[in-house]
Design a protein around this ligand. Structure first.
Ligand code: ARG
Length: 455
């Protein structure tokens, strides 16, 4: 017999039963569902809708069910549809008719909204914690690589020298904004919807603030229809998760490139690489590739949620049951990726010499040579032209700018002196960029200290 079976004369078709049942995936909300029900029962007694004794029986029964689920002793029933009715059914089986009072002044519509919000609050905190650990790891690796010169790229062409620390700090900034987005999303998730009923509130004199404080919510929802029908907080989380994945994915793309023989900038630890079943020499950066690949899943989850919601008339519609798998997948994927990414980066070997020699090739100091000429009072546009000629000459001669003799430089422009060699050494190119937010080791040190304070 269904908990809603009163007005039905026929039982549900078997195929339909499987089709609309969500217990296979929403059972992971059991703890929130029970905690929410305990608070609801206590409140019903507080306002006199049920007796204190009844509430005590309900609460004791719910706690027993929680312990049994946790001990793996409960088998859920597909016919009971979802986690909410499974628990209510179990309660009635265990404590009898008193259990039938729990659902007074409540609908599964406000109940499921509550459960998801409680779940999301916990998960947002966990993702934020993982981001914080990543932030600390990146700062530690940056600290060790303030003098590790490497080429900075634009268009994937060597552009100007930077340091690995500076490069990592770019990601630190991105992940800091990601944390801010999560904190912001938390604020809008932290709203207690119970009391909204199916859509139009309830006739009972509920104490919603009491429930909110029992469950650690800082606000109660302000419109019953909105509270049961929107999942914008879940969309926001998926958007924030997508952004985290996008940042991780870019970083992974670089790790994949850097581990190739062509770049040879890093080597991943054996514990974060895999081999090939046919090519004995292979050591592949699989975790980085998987994270890059899984980014698509999370974007898919975001798109799925947005699409589920876009055509829904007010208020609750069963389409909304489709929110959970996408949301759970986004939560699980972003957490796993962060968990793997951090130790992968922490354990990778940095090939400093190889990075520095790449920085010395590819004319990454050409801008600095132009800046040198500007100091000799040559207008920048003209300096640019002169250096362009020098680069062309070097390419033809098969040498670098540092390898040009002073005579060759003099021929290019008579104001060039011996001090040009110091000005264009890649170390000097980095050290001279002291402006706030630039790669000189002292500017990077300040950036690291500022970033440490933010956590
Ligand atoms: N399992 C449903 C969901 O996840 C719970 C709410 C169902 N409410 C209803 N009236 N059918 O959305």
């Amino acid at each position: 017999m269904k908990l809603w079976g009163g007005r039905f004369q026929k039982s549900t078709d078997q195929l339909m039963e499987d089709f609309h049942s969500s217990i296979s995936f929403d059972q992971r909300l059991y703890k929130y569902d029970i905690t929410g029900s305990v608070a609801h029962a206590k409140m019903l007694a507080k306002v006199g809708v049920i007796s204190v004794q009844d509430a005590e029986k309900i609460v004791a029964g719910l706690k027993e069910i929680l312990a049994d689920i946790e001990a793996g002793k409960v088998e859920f029933d597909v016919a009971a549809e979802d986690i909410h009715m499974n628990i209510e059914q179990l309660l009635i089986q265990r404590i009898g008719d008193v259990g039938k009072k729990l659902h007074t002044a409540r609908s599964r519509n406000d109940q499921v909204a509550l459960d998801i919000r409680m779940f999301m609050k916990d998960e947002i905190n966990q993702v934020a914690e993982l981001l914080k650990e990543l932030h600390n790891t990146l700062l530690d690796v940056a600290e060790q690589n303030k003098e590790t010169v490497m080429p900075g790229y634009t268009h994937l062409q060597r552009a100007q020298p930077v340091t690995l620390a500076h490069h990592l700090l770019a990601y630190v900034q991105m992940f800091e904004r990601d944390s801010d987005r999560l904190k912001d999303c938390y604020k809008r998730t932290d709203v207690m919807p119970l009391g909204s009923g199916a859509l139009a509130g309830t006739t009972f004199p509920l104490d919603r603030k009491f429930v909110a404080s029992e469950l650690g919510f800082s606000k109660v929802s302000e419109n019953s229809m909105d509270a049961v029908s929107d999942r914008d907080f879940a969309v926001e989380f998926c958007a924030a998760a997508s952004m985290i994945m996008m940042h991780l994915s870019r970083f992974c793309e670089e790790i994949i490139l850097w581990s190739s023989a062509e770049f040879n900038f890093i080597e991943l630890d054996d514990s974060y690489s895999t081999g090939s079943s046919i090519m004995p020499q292979k050591k592949n950066p699989d975790p980085a590739e998987l994270i890059r690949g899984k980014t698509g899943r999370v974007y898919g989850d975001l798109t799925a949620l947005l699409t589920v919601l876009k055509g829904l008339p007010m208020a609750y519609n069963k389409d909304m049951q489709e929110d959970k798998e996408a949301l759970f997948d986004a939560v699980d994927t972003v957490k796993k990726c962060l968990m793997v990414f951090r130790p992968m980066v922490a354990s990778m070997k940095v090939k400093k010499e190889s990075m520095a020699s790449a920085a010395r090739g590819g004319f990454t100091n050409a801008t600095d040579l132009a800046d040198y000429l500007v100091q000799k009072d040559i207008p920048f546009r003209q300096a640019h032209e002169i250096v362009g000629k020098a680069v062309l000459y070097c390419i033809q001669q098969g040498k670098t700018l540092e390898e040009m003799s002073l005579e060759e430089y003099k021929e290019l422009n008579s104001s060039i002196e011996e001090d040009v060699y110091k000005a264009i050494s890649v170390e000097q190119c980095v050290n001279a960029r002291k402006v706030e937010g630039a790669p000189a080791p002292e500017a990077v040190q300040q950036a690291i200290e500022a970033a440490r304070k933010k956590q």
